[in-house]
Design a protein around this ligand. Sequence first.
Ligand SMILES: [Zn+2]
Length: 154
Amino acid sequence: MPSMMRGTTDNGLLLPVPDDDGRPFWEFAARGELRVQSCAACHRLRFPPRPCCPHCHSFAGEWRRMSGRGRIWSYVLAHPPLLPGYAEHAPYDVVLVELSDAPGIRLAGNLVASPTAPLGSVDRSRLRIGAPVKVVFAEIAPGVHLPRWQLEHS
Ligand SMILES: [Zn+2]
């Protein structure tokens, strides 16, 4: 991983800090793939990444590619006080997306109008629990691709 994975982007957004278990998630994201860890013994999915299957306790894992589609399970609008890099985009949405391929697994992220659009670029009147979304990957720093979400009917 590039050393720039620590710290913040040029405009003050926090960068992910992958650990050994989560590093593959970010490596796949950099290739435009949304993958979730799966047990190689009982084949159940788990998130966030961890070394051991919570169902059968196997340490054998693999990364299964997801379709990238899901639905908004819940959301909030973030208001200050926030870190300076975030405050300038406020109020912006933070969504929990339940993956279509993995009911019960929910990823936190943001809605965006396009992969390169900023936080808060989707009008808040369009936020709906249950709205279908698809993943996009925003390169927030060189080599660092963050999964974000676009409304299916945008
Ligand atoms: Zn298992």
